[in-house]
Design a binder for this molecule. Structure first.
Ligand code: C5P
Length: 222
């Protein structure tokens, strides 16, 4: 392990993927494994940070020395992040958050009935947690987002960083088997000050360590 350069810093990281309930047994979900968020938690802990991991539906071993808070839906993840934000120096949104949730969650299991077509599932928008955390951040707090793009990675990433208002955005090119569920990642870290750090294809820990370097530069300018 290197220097404990994150000592005394409170870091909160969301990981995994949200599940938006339809009824007591069904949900709308996504394929996020949580591996990148867990790699961020392990590396931050190794560098001396006090780490809270807000884990949405992950099945990974809990990192030693990290406080893990479990959530299910985007609403629960939002509540946890906003509560933790009050005490955090750094907030990282590495979770795959559902953009939409079912307009209604029913209390009984939806039944199939002979000769009756199912009702369509009406959706409503979920709040953008990253944009909210950015808009509400305290002076000196650093907010980080992730974005998976399939094309125009840099231009799209820049526009998204501006739209969300975060300090740093990690942009992944997805497709072709990269990112989801794998142990490796290739990305670019965009800084709101215009900086750009390419991350070569490699373990998610390597990306995590480059991201903590960028976070430390950002913290130093506050
Ligand atoms: O807009 P897009 O989903 O591409 O942005 C991805 C980033 O925004 C991730 O950091 C993700 O955690 C965050 N996000 C969020 N709330 C949402 C959707 C995405 O915080 N409702």
């Amino acid at each position: 392990a290197g220097a404990p350069d994150l000592a005394g810093r409170r870091v909160v990281i969301s990981a995994g993927g949200t599940r938006e309930p339809l009824d007591p047994v069904r949900y709308l979900g996504n394929h996020s494994s949580g591996k990148q968020g867990y790699a961020l938690a392990r590396t931050a802990q190794a560098r001396g940070a006090e780490v809270t991991l807000v884990a949405a539906n992950t099945a990974l071993p809990e990192p030693a020395g990290v406080r893990v808070e479990r959530v299910g839906s985007a609403g629960e993840l939002r509540a946890a992040m906003r509560r933790e934000a009050a005490e955090a120096d750094v907030l990282v949104m590495a979770a795959a958050v559902a953009d939409f949730r079912p307009a209604r969650t029913v209390e009984q299991k939806i039944k199939k009935r002979d000769g009756v077509e199912p009702d369509p599932i009406a959706l409503v928008r979920n709040p953008d947690i990253l944009a909210e955390l950015s808009a509400e951040r305290r002076p000196g707090q650093v907010v980080v987002g992730f974005a998976a793009e399939t094309e125009n990675v840099l231009a799209g990433g820049r526009a998204k960083l501006a739209r969300k208002g975060c300090d740093l955005l990690v942009v992944n090119e997805v497709g072709g088997g990269l990112a989801f569920g794998t142990d490796e990642n290739e990305a670019v870290i965009l800084d709101a000050d215009g900086g750009e750090t390419p991350v070569p294809l490699g373990p998610k820990e390597a990306l995590a360590d480059l991201l903590w370097d960028a976070v430390l530069r950002r913290l130093a300018t506050r």
